[in-house]
Design a protein around this ligand. Structure first.
Ligand code: MEV
Length: 311
């Protein structure tokens, strides 16, 4: 019987991109969409990672794990180095409900689930704080200058207010609310969008800093609304956040279209979520509007729509 570990996806409710510059952001785990790693000891001495859901990668790693730039080998070597262990003879199989390059945290979820599996396969249960640091370092391969929000929400699997270099705070939710998540079907690299925002920032620090400051006050106010159950007001702030993300050039015509469709069909708020340029958007909806808004998003070209409750 193979043993199993897993990790959830995530959505960013508010504050993406600005979070890289020290502004707070809010993220929630998507516990129903997961990356799962099953593992099985091998007699052959081989070490294998089978990852068909991740661009058909079937990797048989060499024992020296010399490819530090491959995210899969990097997390394996980090865990083994931490426990001072050699490569075990184990076959790991990664399966994923999360599309890659779509803003749902697939990269961090793969690293988290695989890191846990490698530790388990050598008889260890890796503490979240240690794993979080390792996954963050792998995120640097994916993203260049990640804020740390993706690895943190995924490793700890809890809704958080996240601010770089500050202790993680769990999000206090007064009244549960529902968010629709709709995929543009367009893959986009977070790395690229984060790099472009950096160029923009370097070219015009004052203007971009003032956008970040606006996002800051939106996020702080939104956290207060979430804590008080003022969901309609939260929706308005989400849309304001989207407009500021447009100014940061990380939206796209399809994201904008889905956001406008959601609002015109009765969503309380909508915005892109994550790195942008493609990937997913989110819409805040009252329960009786889930189907109407969800169907409208599908008709408008979303390739996958689902909803998640934030509690
Ligand atoms: C990606 O999920 C969120 C970004 O803010 C990047 C980061 O925080 O590392 C775009």
């Amino acid at each position: 019987m193979p043993e199993k570990t897993s990790a959830p996806g995530k959505i960013i409710l508010l504050g993406e991109h600005a979070v890289v510059y020290g502004i707070p952001a809010v993220a929630v785990p998507l516990s129903t969409l997961r990356v799962t790693v099953s593992w099985q000891k091998l007699e052959s001495g081989d070490f294998q990672i089978i990852a068909r859901d991740l661009k058909n990668q079937d990797i048989t790693l060499t024992p020296n794990l010399d490819n530090e730039q491959n995210p899969l080998t990097r997390i394996v070597s980090s865990v083994l180095a931490y426990y001072n262990q050699k490569l075990p003879s184990v076959r790991f199989e990664i399966t994923s409900d999360l599309p890659i390059a779509s803003g749902l945290g697939s990269g961090a979820a793969v690293s988290t689930a695989l890191g846990r599996a490698v530790a388990n396969s050598i008889g260890e249960d890796i503490p979240n704080a240690i794993l979080n640091e390792m996954v963050y370092n792998v995120e640097k391969i994916h993203h260049g200058t990640p804020s740390g929000i993706d690895n943190t929400v995924i490793v700890y699997e809890q809704s958080i207010k996240y601010k770089k270099d500050e202790p993680i705070e769990s999000l206090r939710v007064h009244t549960p609310f529902t968010v629709l998540v709709a995929d543009t079907g367009v893959t986009a690299l977070t790395h690229q969008a984060v790099g472009d925002v950096r160029k923009l920032y370097q070219a015009n620090q004052q203007r971009i800093q003032s956008i970040f400051n606006e996002i800051d006050s939106i996020v702080v106010t939104a956290i207060d609304y979430i804590g008080r159950g003022q969901i309609k007001e939260l929706g308005k702030l989400m849309y304001q956040n989207h407009k500021l993300l447009q100014k940061l050039t990380v939206s796209s015509p399809k994201l904008d279209h889905l956001v406008e469709v959601a609002l015109s069909e009765g969503a309380l708020g909508a915005k892109l979520s994550g790195g942008g340029r493609g990937g997913n958007m989110i819409a805040l909806v009252e329960e009786d509007m889930i189907d109407t808004v969800g169907n409208a998003l599908s008709s408008a070209g979303a390739t996958r729509v689902f909803h998640t409750d934030i509690k």
